[in-house]
Design a protein around this ligand. Structure first.
Ligand code: NAD
Length: 492
């Protein structure tokens, strides 16, 4: 456990009194004046009020975004000009790295060292799309002597961006970067558990010179503000990251409007460890893969499948390492796992731990982390011998809990790996080249990492298959999602 005491915990600088909406270049409250409570995950006490957006607030934001799209300079600017603004945004994010990380860590319970990494990634997302739109080329086709046909790419309009509470700042940058780079205007609805870091965007965008009305933010409860955004007739695009169940609901609610949808949903990703793998590396990486970000990571390798020859050794060493993971307060630089985001989520994770005790063999953790009287601290928990029909094998827990299952053959490993409704990520550990490629390609997952943790290359597709998502973002795929590609045909 951490040596740092709760009494030493600093409050981030420039903490706002309350969090407002940002509409048409101004910070505003909800029209009906209502707010909702935001909870400090270390104490579970209310520490902040945030404006609770309703349909009428969403409508104000959409109206401002629509006006900025139709009448403002942003969609018509040269890519080079928009790119300069995006680079200034990245510079500002980088210059506020520490403040951002402190706020993110305070609000969400992320360990501070990991929150620092997320702020850097947010800046990188802006730089990447700033460069990509300048390098962007579109197709032209010639039919000799008859036709020249080309693609006229254009922004679509008001993009509705709905984001979750895990790594909320970084994940919103992943949508804001390409949506803005391509000339759209946006309304962002951040998760209600963690509205703090998103409130910094307004100042960053203003300072970078983004025209008023291009970026709008409405805080609020998903079923109210999020729902109103999804159902708004003047929002042709929704990019959503969150639970698969919410994704299904949004899909249904957007259907009457035939909206463009990008869905980044839940996961129960397998890490498959063959007997020929470098065991030391595989153990280190799979410990990090499920316990970093408090286990609140969509691509967490939360099911580890281990070949029988090395199974007992793996389980023993893995459990020992999980017990050594340093649970501490979020602000302590030595902390590796801190507090889950919210007491409701803590209850959910703890209920899965209870279920797991009836389904499998507990080899590490199994309850509240010792030494923490308040907050949502869960001990890194490892279950072994988990049968494939167990709920802890099938369902997304989204906390520091991992299920380990043995297998004998490649075919059995493939069967187990694909045996959930999800298909977001997969990790494969083997030193056999042929097996590595053949196995990776047979996995039903949007992304596979071979002998590696989740290390992103922003040019590659990001997204899941099956219940983990619809559509892929990343690189030109994001540009495609946020633009219309009109075909113009010229008869010669
Ligand atoms: P969630 O689905 O509860 O909420 C996500 C967002 O949707 C929030 O802003 C919420 O207010 C909003 N929302 C809720 N109900 C809504 C409705 N009816 N209409 C419109 N908006 C609504 O998800 P969460 O608990 O915040 O996040 C955790 C989930 O996100 C996990 O399942 C995780 O795997 C997933 N996730 C996926 C990725 C990915 O890239 N695939 C990344 C991060 C998180």
């Amino acid at each position: 456990m951490s040596e740092t005491a709760l009494a030493d915990r600093p409050t981030p600088e420039n903490m706002p009194g309350h969090v407002q909406h940002y509409i048409d270049g101004r910070l505003v409250d909800s029209l009906d004046g209502t707010t909702f409570d935001v909870i400090d995950p270390v104490t579970n006490e209310v520490y902040l009020q945030a404006a609770a957006g309703k349909a009428e607030d969403v409508d104000r934001a959409v109206t401002a975004a629509r006006k900025a799209f139709r009448e403002g300079p942003w969609p018509k600017m040269l890519p080079r000009e928009r790119s300069r603004v995006l680079h200034r945004i990245a510079d500002l994010v980088e210059s506020r790295n520490e403040q951002l990380a402190e706020m993110e860590s305070f609000d969400s319970g992320l360990p501070i060292t990991q929150a620092l990494g997320q702020a850097r990634r947010a800046a990188e997302n802006f730089r990447f799309f700033a460069d990509l739109i300048v390098a962007q080329v579109d197709d032209t086709f010639k039919v000799p002597g008859r036709q020249t046909n080309y693609v006229n790419r254009k922004p679509i309009g008001v993009a509705g961006l709905i984001t979750p509470w895990n790594t909320p700042f970084m994940l919103s940058s992943w949508k804001l970067g390409p949506a803005l780079a391509t000339g759209n205007t946006v309304v962002l609805k951040p998760a209600e558990f963690t509205p703090l870091s998103a409130s910094l965007w307004a100042g960053i965008f203003e300072e970078a010179g983004l025209p008023a009305g291009v970026f709008n933010l409405v805080n609020g409860i998903g079923e109210e503000a999020g729902d109103a955004l999804v159902k708004h007739p003047d929002v042709p695009l929704i990019s959503f990251t969150g639970e698969s169940r919410t994704g299904q609901l949004i899909f249904a609610n957007a259907a009457p409007h035939l909206k463009g949808l990008s869905m980044e949903l839940g996961g129960k990703s397998p890490a498959v460890v063959f007997a020929d793998a470098d065991l030391e590396e595989a153990i280190n990486a799979t410990v990090f893969g499920v316990f970093s970000l408090n286990g609140e990571r969509c691509t967490a390798g939360s099911r580890i499948l281990v070949q029988r020859e090395v199974y007992d050794e793996f389980v023993e060493r893995y459990a020992a390492q999980a017990k050594r993971v340093n649970v501490g307060y979020p602000h302590d630089p030595a902390t590796e796992v801190a507090t889950l985001v919210h007491p409701e989520h803590y209850e959910k994770v703890m209920s899965y731990i209870d279920i797991g005790k009836g389904e499998a063999r507990l080899v590490a953790g199994g309850g509240r982390a010792e030494g923490f009287e308040t907050g949502n601290f869960v001990a890194p928990t490892v279950f072994a011998d988990v049968p494939p029909d167990a709920r802890i094998f099938q369902e997304e827990i989204f906390g520091p809990v991992v299920a380990i299952t043995p297998f004998d053959t490649d075919a059995e490993a493939q069967e187990l790996a694909n045996n959930t409704k999800y298909g977001l990520a997969a990790y494969v550990w083997t030193n056999d080249l042929k097996r590595a490629h053949n196995f990776s390609q047979s996995i039903e997952a949007g992304m596979v990492w071979l002998n590696s943790n989740n290390v992103r290359d922003l040019r590659t597709p990001f997204g899941g298959v099956k219940a983990s998502g619809l559509g892929h973002e990343g690189g030109y795929r994001s540009i495609d999602f946020y633009t219309d590609q009109q075909a113009v045909h010229i008869t010669l």
